[in-house]
Design a protein around this ligand. Sequence first.
Ligand code: SAH
Ligand code: SF4
Ligand code: F3S
Length: 516
Amino acid sequence: MAKETKDYSKYFDFSDAKVLHEDENGKKIRIRGREIHILSEPNHKQEKQRGKESVQVHYEQAVPDELRTIGQGKHYIVYTFGCQMNEHDTETIKGLLEQMGYQPTEDRKEADIILLNTCAIRENAEDKVFGELGHLKHLKTENPELLLGVCGCMSQEETVVNRILQKHGFVDMIFGTHNIHRLPLLIHESLMSKEMVVDVWSKEGDIIENLPKKREGMRAWVNIMYGCDKFCTYCIVPFTRGKERSRRPEDVIAEVRDLARQGFKEITLLGQNVNAYGKDFTDITYSFANLMDDIHKIDIPRVRFTTSHPRDFDDELIAVLAKGGNLVEHIHLPVQSGNTEVLKMMGRKYSREHYLELVRKIKAAIPNVVLTTDIIVGFPGETDEQFEETLSLVREVGYDSAYTFIYSPREGTPAASMKDDIPMEVKKERLYRLNEAIQECSRESSEQFKGQIVEVLVEGRSKNNAEVLSGRTRTNKLVHFEGAPELIGTFVHVEITDPMTWYIKGKIVNDPVVSA
Ligand code: SAH
Ligand code: SF4
Ligand code: F3S
């Protein structure tokens, strides 16, 4: 691959950076006395491209035998920011670290390696990470042997990497979302050389199967695909996560079967746009509906998925979900806006009417379905009237809950060059009103539960009261009730006594479930 010469001066003053060595394997530079080995670096232009080359699947061992003792007697911490995709990547990172002999700790002072698995979705997500880096600098000063790494979606951004090189020279490792499997080698190199090692792949490569994963609890995440090709105009994800590529059905199914055998009670299938699953297969015709139908036959009590894009949610999928069984009655269906014009500007490729029609079809096929969503307020140019349409859509659909956000411009996305012309007070007011509307819907939906008996997977003790257990219904509602800790990890029947807004209270009964 031809290396492009990058103009660092675009973002920062790199006049004191000296290139020490450069060849096809990367380059060594020195900035303010810190030597940096750049094996590969993020490149926005390349991240934008969607190559035609087919995806290869590798079933290799990621931790070579000679690195399996490198972490013996040492401790690690991984801090995770962002979505479930990142949470799950962290499980892989922990799996790799433990195969290298590292043990977990919560005590920063005891840690020999600390990794920040970062999120780039909004500016405040990035601010949190830079704030954390500030704290870690002190720790590194006290303990120079501490290895500090930054990975995840922020590492895929040119500006972020440049800022770290310039201003946070105490960081030891930067790697991206496409090459997590190289972590053992990067740790090794960083320990040996004492240089900062940067290895961020811009082109999403292949799919690496069989990476170790450290899962905890009774619920497990399962990746079904990586990347996103939707390019919604506000969103950084297609750049940080690369092109859409699906795992082979046989690999997904084998993983789900294995989780069932291990006793997991619930799985959540993960993808940025699960409805696009299988569209990249060139040798077989196999869709998300086919996958759900196959997983429906596996003996695991609950199956969820996230996230589905309304545009590709087809009738075949609705028909499969209507079969119920382990396929739960909860669909997270991000709408983003209730106004067709704004949706067009966002590049969502569906209209308000299309979305509402989809909701109608889903509700008709799955009568007790619960819908949740994501909404952005204050997208460039959004008028008061357009925002009112979002409120009316929220009321019409009757969401159980929603993640709501103030629009945050992301450099390199098409929306970032639109005029961000709505004052912050207006954005905040819209967010406030939106949250009130959602709270109202949520309360109404909880009210309907009163007196019903629901199936609850007991997850643990309540955070606020050790006598009280907490768990979730099939529709993902949080339920609190009194019970013995032995029930954790089992299914119980709970009669709902007090529906609150964000959770419901109930009491355990022995009667059979009459409703989900
Ligand atoms: N793949 C998922 C979304 C992942 S990002 C989907 O398409 O549904 C999670 C949510 O973050 C998005 O649904 C959107 O509501 C929000 N989001 C993404 N980019 C944003 C931005 N630039 N500003 C504010 N919110 C954003
Ligand atoms: Fe972002 Fe849109 Fe892809 Fe979701 S579907 S990850 S919002 S580009
Ligand atoms: Fe954030 Fe990356 Fe997820 S940007 S929301 S961690 S895909």
